[in-house]
Design a binder for this molecule. Structure first.
Ligand SMILES: C[S@@+](CC[C@H](N)C(=O)[O-])C[C@H]1O[C@@H](n2cnc3c(N)ncnc32)[C@H](O)[C@@H]1O
Length: 228
């Protein structure tokens, strides 16, 4: 693990050791299906559809979905990337059967210095809604992952958007609360902007709304055109 840059950030403050302890029962198994309107099985299936055995995961949290999806090979190349050391330690322990490598990185800067060349899949699961700013600003992460990709790399993930919030009383309560606490920052995030951010950088872009969770996938063009 190499520390490049570790300023205090709101986007990682919830992931204390205690936060990680309650994350799966509270967020994954309760809030996701009951409030976000997105059953965890849908996200597991999204992983299964796109993950490869040469995979980089950015914003790993507790590693719940990586653990449950089952990687296509018993001996994958798996890079865990996060700005929060607690998440890297927790997830590396949970996924020790795959012997993952961990990298302390801020996805708001180019994600470089990772040995072994580009990956076949890169996931950004549940991280965009934690980052500050609107989707135009957050979309920098799609440029910052260029060092991890090559032509054909699968890019996928999911993020909470505001489009579906008005449809449910619990969402109308919980979203503003989490935004006020700055655990998430998605008041200005719209499905259409996410699609635009992907379509201007990648090919074969798909965005689907499940409750207020936007599931996305795309394919990387050559790294050179990503940087343009
Ligand atoms: C909501 S959790 C998502 C966890 C998991 N991927 C999931 O789907 O349940 C967000 C993750 O993004 C990480 N994160 C937040 N800001 C980051 C940044 N600027 N750079 C890298 N990781 C970041 C957090 O530490 C945390 O692990």
């Amino acid at each position: 693990m190499l520390a490049t840059h570790s300023p205090p950030r709101h986007s990682i403050k919830a992931y204390s050791k205690l936060g990680l302890h309650v994350y799966d029962p509270l967020i994954v198994n309760l809030v996701a299906p009951r409030v976000w309107g997105c059953d965890p099985d849908i996200l597991i299936d999204h992983y299964r559809d796109h993950v490869t055995s040469n995979h980089a995961d950015i914003g790993v949290g507790t590693g719940f979905f990586l653990d449950r999806c089952g990687l296509p090979s018993a001996n994958p190349r798996l890079a865990l990337i996060d700005l929060q050391p607690n998440c890297l330690e927790h997830t590396a322990r949970r996924l020790s059967r795959y012997r993952p490598s961990t990298y302390l990185r801020d996805v708001l800067s180019p994600v470089d210095g990772i040995p072994g060349g580009p990956f076949d899949s890169v996931a950004l699961p549940g991280i965009l809604h934690c980052l500050a700013g609107d989707l135009t600003l957050k979309s920098r992460v799609f440029d910052n992952i260029a060092p991890l990709t090559r032509l054909g790399t699968k890019i996928f993930g999911y993020t909470l958007v505001y489009d579906g919030v008005s449809q449910s009383a619990s969402r109308r309560l919980v979203h503003p609360l989490l935004n006020r606490l700055r655990v998430i920052d998605n008041t200005h995030d719209r499905l259409e902007d996410l699609h635009h951010a992907l379509a201007t950088r990648f090919i074969d872009c798909n965005v689907e709304l499940v409750g207020c969770m936007a599931l996305f996938s795309a394919i990387a063009p050559s790294p050179a055109s990503l940087r343009q």
